[in-house]
Write a protein that binds this ligand. Structure first.
Ligand code: UD1
Length: 419
């Protein structure tokens, strides 16, 4: 059990070098099995979810090692095409191994994935798309068994731009005969990042980052070296922390365009923000204004993953903010915990109304999920006295050395471990 001790009230000052992106790394790790190449990935964050993906790769027969932020993978001797239940449960992204295994082995056997409990997280769009490519899929006793003697390129229309389904199609389609066209594809930067990796690895792809993506011929390269994109959600989290606590921070390495909707609301709340391509300077006096209505949406809309941390930043903001969550049905799990600090939040169906309070007072909280846990830390930095956040490891799933990063910015944060 991790125990975060946060003593609020200190301004954050300094430079945050944004970590590599978890959500961009995971599909690339799954993609690493495709061609049997030797792969070196730079800027991969050291996180629990990355460890879980590396363990899956080793289980499948790959050599997969991480040294600091460099990952080395060799997948020429794949020995298995199934992933055991315990490994699947460790994270949601394990589901994208389905498309990659199907492409490499013509078969994938796995169980439904784990991950944050944000409500129902079906994979019907993934399965329908893989069927359309020619896979036969049996679901029996909680197990999913996909098989395909050959996959055939086709047109797949997604009724919702699911990030994971788009990734699974990209991966499976590398082995399809002929061209595959995805319409209604997710446009997240992580999709573009996966496509950029696949292109380097020898696949013809056009349109990634738009709603129509075409996947053509794949001629596997022998060796790929690739640098993973910076994490727009980690950058957003530190921006929200500095906005809430007050201070002046420089976020280096993340494309500012990738989290411009978050910066837009922080600016509206009263922060001074100067953004250049991969550098954002944010100054806040800690006295923010409410921002009206915020609605989470698929990219380029406001990201659901940044919703809890923006909420935490606005708990003391003058006026009312209404946040509507449209992506996940249960993504306000942080709310009862934030209320323990004195926050005034009313939940109504898919919206949360935050009425700014004059002060927050430290309290003992339980991290409910990854981004909810991060929100509690952001709120703790803006609260008076000490906030404790007890966490079974959610925050480590997505933030690399987060306690050290915050301390480097001057925060009074300590991470203790209890049995
Ligand atoms: C990814 C991100 C996650 C982010 C989310 C939305 C990773 C590892 N995770 O998750 O951090 O919050 O995108 O930006 O990259 N849905 C279905 N059927 C499906 C698939 C999805 O109904 O087959 C629904 C989901 O229940 C959810 C919504 O679509 O309500 C969004 O899901 P999706 O875009 O697939 O998110 P993930 O890929 O799981």
């Amino acid at each position: 059990m991790d125990i975060w001790h946060i003593r609020g009230g200190r301004r954050l000052e300094g430079i945050y070098r944004v970590q590599g992106s978890k959500n961009a790394s995971l599909p690339i790790l799954a993609a690493s099995i495709l061609g049997g190449a030797e792969i070196e990935l730079e800027n991969v964050p050291q996180l629990r979810d990355i460890d879980a993906a590396l363990r899956i790769l080793r289980h499948l027969g790959c050599k997969a090692e991480q040294k600091n932020n460099l990952v080395y993978i060799k997948s020429n001797d794949l020995t298995r095409s199934s992933i055991p239940h315990e490994l699947m449960l460790e994270m949601r992204s394990s589901v994208i191994f389905m498309g990659a295994l199907l492409a490499r082995c013509g078969e994938a056997r796995l169980s439904p994935p784990g991950g944050c409990r944000l409500g129902k997280r079906p994979i019907d769009l993934h399965l329908a798309a893989l069927r359309k490519l020619g896979a036969e899929i049996e679901e029996r006793g909680g197990d999913i068994h996909c098989r395909a003697k050959r996959l055939r390129g086709t047109e797949i229309r997604l009724p919702f731009p699911s990030v994971g389904a788009t990734e699974n199609i990209l991966l499976a389609a590398t082995a399809a005969e002929g061209e595959t066209v995805i319409r209604g594809a997710a446009r997240e930067p992580e999709i573009e990042a996966l496509a950029a990796y696949l292109q380097k690895a020898g696949c013809r792809i056009a349109g990634a980052g738009t709603d129509t993506v075409t996947i053509g011929e794949y001629r596997p390269a022998d060796y790929v070296r690739h640098r993973v994109l910076a994490d727009r959600i980690a950058a957003s989290t530190v921006a929200c922390a500095a906005a809430a606590a007050g201070g002046e921070v420089e976020l280096r390495g993340a494309e500012s365009a990738h989290f411009s909707t978050v910066l837009h609301f922080l600016k509206r709340a009263g922060c001074d923000i100067i953004s250049e391509n991969t550098c954002v300077r944010l100054r806040s006096d800690g006295c923010l204004n409410a921002v009206g209505r915020v609605r989470t949406e698929p990219y380029p809309g406001f990201p659901t993953d940044a919703q809890p941390v923006l909420m935490a930043a606005l708990l003391k903001a003058r006026g009312c903010t209404e946040i509507t969550e449209t992506i996940f049905e249960n993504r306000f799990r942080q709310v009862p915990e934030l209320k323990r600090l004195g926050a005034d939040i009313r939940l109504c169906d898919r919206s949360a109304v935050i009425r700014g309070v004059g002060r927050l007072t430290g309290a003992a909280l339980e991290a409910t999920d990854l981004r909810g846990g991060a929100a509690m830390i952001v709120a703790g930095l803006a609260a008076e006295g000490e906030t404790l956040v007890r966490d079974t490891g959610h925050i480590r799933r997505g933030y690399e050395a987060f306690d050290r990063c915050l301390r480097d910015l001057g925060a009074d944060v300590r991470l203790g471990i209890e049995p």
